[in-house]
Design a protein around this ligand. Structure first.
Ligand SMILES: [Zn+2]
Length: 256
């Protein structure tokens, strides 16, 4: 049974003897900090620290299962999504296998936050460098802040402009190609920049071994990462056109 104690209440509450150690320690940082970015409650149930999502569903932060990298990709818990550090900063080739912070997504959180079906995702029209795109209204302000940074960068360096044209797509309710997993584009929180300047591991021939490639300039990556967007160029399964709003992965307080 779930005790439904909100985080703030719990801090002051008397913990039962069985959970004394865990309760004293408080919820894991990666769970506690989510309340900054998502409408959810941190609760403690019989199984441990959990998140109660706006749709009423409750999920353990750590489901306690040991998973292979493939199993994590298929069905991660929220804790798994933090397994790898997200390395913002200078662009470096990604060579270690399965080094892909952000490719693991806890889909129930995205569904509950942004919408569970094509028709319930709350998109709004947005003009990105003179191109009309649809983004989630909850990601609109971050998109605007990124755009302001990019405009500043382009003013200093005109060669950046080409990467921001021929935008490949934003909102698109779909699965990731050849997988049963829902794409981040389904939620209106991702944008693909100019496909003609992009590298994507699925297009690589021969398909193995993966050979990371990138042409996107540092200034563009910096602008997105500064506003909580992760970049697909940080993945061994590289997708260099792809930027996705995942602020918790760039928030140091989620990693303490
Ligand atoms: Zn994409």
């Amino acid at each position: 049974m779930l005790l439904s104690l909100v985080l703030m209440t719990l801090a002051a509450a008397d913990a039962g003897p069985a959970d004394a150690g865990a309760a004293d320690a408080g919820p894991p940082a990666g769970l506690a900090c989510l309340t900054k970015w998502y409408a959810l409650e941190v609760v403690q149930g019989d199984g441990g620290w959990s998140m109660k999502l706006p749709d009423g569903h409750v999920y353990l932060f750590d489901d306690g299962k040991v998973k292979s990298p493939e199993e994590q990709l298929e069905a991660p818990d929220m804790e798994d999504t933090y397994n790898l550090p997200y390395r913002a900063g200078p662009i470096v080739p990604v060579t270690p296998e399965n080094d892909s912070c952000g490719r693991l997504r806890f889909d129930p959180l995205l569904r509950a936050t942004y919408g569970a079906t094509r028709n319930t995702v709350g998109t709004v029209r947005y003009t990105f460098f003179k191109q009309h795109v649809m983004v989630h209204r909850k990601a609109l302000e971050p998109f605007k802040r990124v755009t302001a940074r990019l405009e500043e960068a382009v003013a200093k360096d005109k060669s950046l402009a080409v990467y921001l044209q021929k935008v490949g797509g934003t909102f698109n309710w779909r699965k990731i190609s050849d997988t049963p997993r829902q794409s981040a584009h389904s939620y209106g929180v991702a944008i693909d920049l100019n496909v003609e300047h992009s590298h994507y591991w699925e297009w690589q021939r021969p398909k193995r071994p993966l050979k990371w490639k990138n042409r996107f300039p540092q200034a563009i990556v910096d602008a997105f990462e500064a506003e909580g967007f992760i970049w697909g160029g940080r993945w061994d399964h590289y997708d260099t056109m792809h930027f996705e709003y995942r602020p918790e992965l760039l928030d140091p307080s989620c990693r303490q």
